[in-house]
Write a protein that binds this ligand. Structure first.
Ligand SMILES: Cc1cc2nc3c(=O)[nH]c(=O)nc-3n(C[C@H](O)[C@H](O)[C@H](O)COP(=O)(O)OP(=O)(O)OC[C@H]3O[C@@H](n4cnc5c(N)ncnc54)[C@H](O)[C@@H]3O)c2cc1C
Length: 436
């Protein structure tokens, strides 16, 4: 049997059932034939799912090839944008986004209580200012679209003066815009750190710096993995390897999830102590600004560059210019950090949950731009699926089966693809903002 050094060795305390209740689970029963679980990938999705499974009494081992929580889940801006980023064509995802957003207060409270760590869940809302006539027209059009959706969204139109009263550092050129009171935020870095702490308390074995090279298949059944060159067996395996979910060996092509990496460059500015505290997330057509304590996160490019995560002058220039247009004062602020992360995007940029076509193998991947927002519902419902063997209705539209007949390769960037990044079926390089 495999022996690996687990990062965590603490004993199992009594699990609290509080978050279960919020998830709507009726009981803590589990499939008798599923007892041990392997999770491949320790981003927010793998960590949160491990937490929920352990609380259901499963024996969980989680493998990450690096430090847990340090890929996309670390690179993200922590925006929980359930409303403001909705666009025509994306309505199908709306119920899932809204349900997960509704779970965030309970998820954050439970995580803070069990880990003893803050995650800085903030309910100040999001502002979408228009800086010129073009943006004003575009935003009004978008407002009418958002107003047409049911159930009704908590979004209102305000003039420039009202917008600046909410955030005095905004440019004087702001003409008006949207205030979305239900688009909240969290500090995603604190969340993954708290999840790592909480996994100790529920006796999850976390193997960091241990790459999973292959899934072990026995006919049509997954029996476990090969990690660090050794076989590890389990009753059930969950792939939550983010942008790398398609890279695991051992699977037939038709069972590989069509996940591709979508690069995002981000930077953080130091908010000078003389400035009033920033509270709201601010998004525009070009960029978004997300305050995290004394740092302002400025994001993010959307680039089809494969697994490249280099920082480019063009990327930084676009981000800095976008920030300057929204808040001219940022020109004087210090750059605290720059980084890039890889979003796990699918063909339709919606996530993949549940059956893989291989017994004993489940997917929880492809969360693209919404993985932080979707973490609570993913963790809760994927755990429910493993426990009961029945895919919860909330996840039913997001199985791998929707991509059949499968394509052998994820989409590639072509020279012709120069616009419409992030929209279904289109690939491009751009800056992500509220109105894309
Ligand atoms: C710039 C940027 C900004 C974003 N902003 C937001 C936002 O504001 N709000 C939001 O909701 N979402 C946002 N996202 C999206 C969000 O970050 C992702 O959807 C989410 O983090 C995906 O989580 P994950 O756990 O699937 O992937 P990851 O966090 O990437 O974790 C995957 C893990 O799997 C591990 N792994 C991979 N292959 C293997 C292997 N073979 N063996 C073992 N381990 C392996 C990796 O090391 C990694 O730790 C943003 C993303 C980026 C890049």
């Amino acid at each position: 049997m495999l022996r690996l050094e687990s990062t965590h060795t603490q004993a199992l305390p009594d699990p609290t059932l509080h978050f279960y209740t919020r998830c709507g689970a009726k009981s803590l029963t589990r499939q008798d034939n599923v007892k041990s679980i392997i999770i491949v990938g320790g981003g927010i999705i793998g960590l949160a799912t491990a937490w929920q499974l352990a609380k259901r009494g499963f024996s969980v081992r989680l493998f990450d090839r690096g430090q847990a929580g340090r890929q996309a889940s670390w690179a993200a801006a922590g925006m929980l944008s359930q409303q403001i980023e909705l666009r025509p064509g994306y309505e199908t995802l709306m119920p899932l986004l809204r349900q997960s957003a509704a779970m965030w207060p309970g998820f954050a409270a439970q995580l803070e209580a069990e880990s003893g760590r803050p995650v800085n869940y903030r309910t100040c809302g999001t502002l979408v200012p228009a800086l010129n006539d073009d943006e004003l027209r575009q935003l009004r059009h978008n407002y009418r679209y958002l107003q047409s959706l049911t159930p009704k969204l908590a979004i209102e139109w305000v003039d420039g003066e009202a917008m600046r009263s909410l955030c005095p550092l905004l440019a004087r050129t702001v003409r008006g815009g949207l205030v979305s009171t239900h688009d909240h935020q969290v500090d995603n870095r604190l969340v993954v750190q708290a999840l790592v702490v909480v996994l100790r308390k529920v006796d999850v074995e976390l193997f960091e710096h241990t790459a999973v090279s292959e899934l072990l298949l026995d006919g049509d059944c997954c029996r476990g993995i090969v990690a660090g060159g050794r076989r590890v067996l389990a009753d059930h395996t969950i792939v939550a390897a983010g942008a790398w979910s398609r890279q695991l060996g051992g699977l037939p092509p038709e069972s590989l999830p069509p996940v591709r990496p979508v690069k995002g460059q981000v930077l953080a500015l130091e908010i000078p102590s003389v400035c009033q505290p920033l509270t709201h997330v601010i998004t525009s057509t070009k960029t978004y600004l997300a305050p995290k304590g004394n740092r302002l996160i400025v994001g993010a490019t959307v680039e089809e560059e494969g697994f490249d995560t280099s920082i480019t002058s063009g990327g930084l220039m676009d981000l800095l210019f976008g920030a300057y247009q929204l808040m001219p004062g940022t020109r004087e602020w210090r750059v605290a950090e720059t980084w890039a992360g890889l979003r796990p995007g699918t063909y339709d940029n919606e996530p993949i949950f549940g059956a893989s076509g291989i017994a004993g193998l489940t997917y929880a991947t492809g969360h693209y731009r919404n993985g932080i927002l979707l973490a609570p519902i993913t963790a809760c419902k994927v755990a429910e699926y493993v426990a009961t063997g029945t895919l919860p209705t909330e996840l039913a539209n997001y199985t791998l089966a929707r991509f059949s007949p499968p394509s052998p390769q994820p989409p590639q960037l072509t020279d012709a693809a120069t616009s419409g990044a992030g929209k279904p079926g289109t690939l491009a390089k751009s800056i992500e903002g509220a109105t894309q």
